[in-house]
Design a protein around this ligand. Structure first.
Ligand code: ATP
Ligand code: MG
Length: 313
């Protein structure tokens, strides 16, 4: 479109369009980090295929929970995982110092899927002052008095912070749907409401990325059995998990819908093969580090004239 003869109003429109585009680009930079941030390609930079692309329906059955690229043992990824954690530590310090933007990481999985282990494994050594983890259980009486997004919005990250949601607003289209806690005409419109919520966060300088840790039903059986066998893991076993397991197929259908309806340029979903815990941690760490890098946080400049200051005795 040629706007040269449109006069001042036309120029305003062009400027606004350019600003909107720049805004959109800055978000898609952060949301699609692998397209811009991997200047020095990692050994096997094929993890972008775990990203759910808007417009391409992803079938969960096509994602192999056992996948681990060419790596076969935990030892194979130890160095790269260390490197990714170091990148996260460094970039988190910048994000905290800058205080302009924030990162929201959503973790969802079936029971035993490894949400806790991922947080432990990926955030080792990150300054605890700059991170928050919020776990969401079934809503209590006060939460139920509000709209479904209220409790999540309250915990969204302030500027400078990395916030992890251990379960999230997605429960309101997962367990709520599978267990028929509300009728379909209530949960169905939530996909759009969630997209709007995340878009609103993105426009307030919060980058949102979401991980679904994908384990197989057989792996869940194995993990539940090992919790039963080991007395030190008994506290982790909940017979409620067996009840949820009986709804496996319904959960997979609900996850598939949530992933496909709510993976957007502003807030992409990643489906992480999670049967191998060490590979899961690597994929998540790499994605977070690249996302932070695409956000390009900078330490703010120091006061003027620091080079002339002498600290008195
Ligand atoms: P862990 O078992 O590792 O301690 P967890 O996240 O499984 O962690 P639990 O207390 O076992 O914690 O489970 C929390 C439960 O809360 C889950 O069954 C989840 O489905 C349920 N829940 C979370 N959000 C909602 C919601 N909005 N509505 C109904 N149930 C919810
Ligand atoms: Mg549980």
């Amino acid at each position: 479109m040629d706007n040269r003869n449109d006069g001042p109003e036309g120029e305003d429109a062009v400027r606004e369009a350019a600003q909107a585009e720049a805004h959109q680009m800055s978000h898609s930079r952060a949301a699609a980090p692998e397209r811009v941030a991997v200047s020095d390609p990692p050994p096997d930079p094929n993890y972008p295929r775990y990203r759910v692309e808007p417009g391409h329906w992803l079938k969960l059955g096509d994602v192999h929970a056992d996948e681990s690229e060419h790596y076969t043992r935990k030892k194979d990824v130890a160095d790269e995982l260390d490197l990714q954690r170091e990148r996260i530590r460094d970039l988190q310090a910048r994000l905290y110092g800058e205080r302009r933007q924030s990162l929201l990481i959503v973790l969802q999985a079936m029971d035993t899927g490894g949400k806790d282990g991922t947080i432990r494994g990926v955030f080792q050594g990150v300054n605890p002052q700059g991170c928050q983890v919020w776990s969401f259980k079934a809503p209590g009486p006060e939460e139920l008095e509000h709209d479904f997004l209220w409790r999540y919005h309250l915990k969204a990250p302030p500027r400078g912070m990395i916030t992890i949601f251990n379960r999230s607003h997605y429960e309101d289209v997962l367990v709520v749907r599978v267990k028929h806690l509300v009728p379909e005409d209530v949960w169905r419109p939530r996909y759009d409401l969630i997209n709007e919520f995340e878009e609103m966060l993105a426009r307030s300088n919060t980058t949102v990325i979401k991980f679904y840790l994908h384990i197989s039903k057989a792996e869940q059986k194995h993990r539940l059995e090992s919790r039963l066998k080991d007395p030190n893991k008994h506290w982790k076993f909940s017979s409620g998990d067996l009840k949820e397991r009986a709804y496996w197929d319904e959960y997979m259908a609900a996850f598939e819908d949530a992933l496909n309806h709510c993976s957007t340029g502003n807030a992409p979903w990643y489906v992480v093969p999670a049967n191998k815990k060490w590979y899961r941690n690597l994929v998540v760490a790499r994605t977070i580090a690249d996302t932070l890098e695409a956000m390009a946080p900078q330490f703010p400049p120091g006061e003027k004239g620091l080079d002339k200051i002498v600290v008195p005795d």
